[in-house]
Design a protein. Structure first.
Length: 187
């Protein structure tokens, strides 16, 4: 190779190298979640967890035929049940075990809020959890049970004591959606 060709090759390689470096520095994160027809889809290997909100541009109707969800909390002094249907209706029933007094109420959430719960259930690994988690050393603790019912199946996960992270996130989301408030030691 002559001197001019060598210099041209070096310049081209330098420009290509600089372009690659700049591409990775200012190019942004290619590995992310994208919305495809109202469903969150992985693009590459995203470092962020799957979004729990309604997919932008997605239609609320796409969550029809979604699961109904029930949370039951059994404490030494009470039993609390919160049920959420696919229409966004939330029913609450609390039983104080000391005086057998029952309290009931209901409210509704938007389809977007319900879709957020459905997405959280899917993205949290709920369907991969074991059926029961129990801390044998714990006495007088709370038992939490989440029941997810779809057209095809019923998935039940229960925990006494320390609960898996995904389970806890779903429980907290259900409690957050029920704005009537929950008292852990009674109704």
């Amino acid at each position: 190779m002559n001197k001019k060709t060598t210099i041209a090759v070096i310049v081209i390689l330098a420009i290509a190298g600089a372009w690659l470096v700049l591409r990775f520095i200012i190019g942004g994160d290619e590995d992310t979640w994208i919305c495809d027809n109202g469903v969150w889809v992985e693009h590459g290997v995203p470092s962020a967890p799957k979004p729990t909100d309604l997919c932008p541009g997605g239609e609320v109707e796409q969550i029809l035929n979604s699961p109904s969800v029930q949370l039951e909390e059994l404490t030494p002094l009470s039993r609390i049940t919160i049920s959420i249907t696919e229409s966004g209706e939330i029913n609450y029933e609390g039983l104080n075990t000391l005086d057998q007094e029952v309290e009931t109420s209901s409210t509704t959430v938007t389809q977007e809020e319900y879709a957020g719960l459905v997405n959280l259930i899917s993205s949290s690994g709920f369907y991969e959890l074991e059926g029961e988690y129990k801390d044998e050393s714990l006495v007088d603790g709370n038992t939490y049970t989440i029941v997810v019912t779809t057209e095809d199946e019923i998935e039940i996960v229960s925990c006494y004591g320390e609960c898996p992270e995904g389970f806890t996130a779903i429980r907290e989301k259900i409690e957050e959606l029920y704005i009537g408030g929950i008292i852990d030691t009674g109704v």
